[in-house]
Design a protein around this ligand. Structure first.
Ligand code: DC
Length: 220
């Protein structure tokens, strides 16, 4: 199952909930790009050095683990838990550039396809329905207005006790949208056969129930 969508569209939370309900494995591919960005920072690899990054990605032993309900996943690199480091401002600063390198994408897309071959998965990202799993049984592209997504991100940060300014979050969301959808390699766009689902005004539970309804109807 492929779930794509722009930043803060709720795809990770929705994907995790769907995977739990269906008993599938959940794979958040954004964490894999983040892991490569983090390793590049550690090893001093230039975010513009495509071949150097690809070599790093090829040799990186990334393990994605999923915990009990209510807990996010963990990411291990070479057995070390780096979960808390992957959303740092340093990683945030270079991850777009790292994920825009075609050499890196080739390596990670291959790893992602292998993960999907191992058993049923809900895979979340930007190019899952278009590039990674074009033959997925169910493809959904989650969207919401930039204002709604900025509001969710803003509330999330406030809840974590981070000092946050709504207008700044909105500007950041719009900047990321522009970057993700205009990059030459694997730009963010719905696959022609994916269901485009607008989540404006809907809570997580409502989105999950509606998608489960559609998935089950499709199966039946
Ligand atoms: O979803 P996220 O914010 O954790 O993603 C981190 C970065 O990786 C972001 O710049 C988008 C990029 N990404 C991508 O290019 N392709 C994917 N399948 C997943 C994420």
């Amino acid at each position: 199952m492929a779930i794509d969508g722009p930043v803060a569209s709720g795809k990770s939370a929705v994907g995790r909930a769907l995977a739990r309900r269906l008993g599938y494995r959940f794979i958040d591919t954004g964490l894999m790009y983040r892991a490569v960005a983090w390793a590049a920072l550690c090893r001093g690899v230039d975010p513009e050095d495509g071949e150097g990054l690809a070599e790093l990605a090829r040799n990186l032993d990334i393990e994605l683990q999923w915990g009990p309900e209510g807990e996010g996943g963990r990411v291990l690199i070479g057995g070390r838990d780096v979960t808390g480091l992957l959303r740092s401002p340093e990683v945030e600063r270079i991850v777009s550039a790292v994920s825009a390198r075609p050499e890196v994408r080739r390596v990670l897309v291959e790893k992602q396809r292998r993960l999907a071959e191992a058993g049923p998965v809900v895979m979340v990202g930007r190019d899952i329905g278009t590039v990674v799993l074009p033959d997925a049984d169910f493809k959904v592209f989650l969207t919401a207005s930039a204002e709604e997504r900025a509001r969710r991100r803003y509330l999330e940060r406030l809840a974590q006790g981070e000092p946050t300014d709504y207008e700044a979050v909105l500007a950041e969301v719009k900047r990321r949208d522009e970057y993700d959808s205009s990059r030459p390699v694997a730009p963010l766009k719905p696959a022609p056969d994916s269901l485009v689902f607008n989540t404006d005004g809907l809570g997580l539970e409502e989105v999950v129930e509606r998608l489960l309804g559609l998935i089950c109807r499709q199966d039946g």
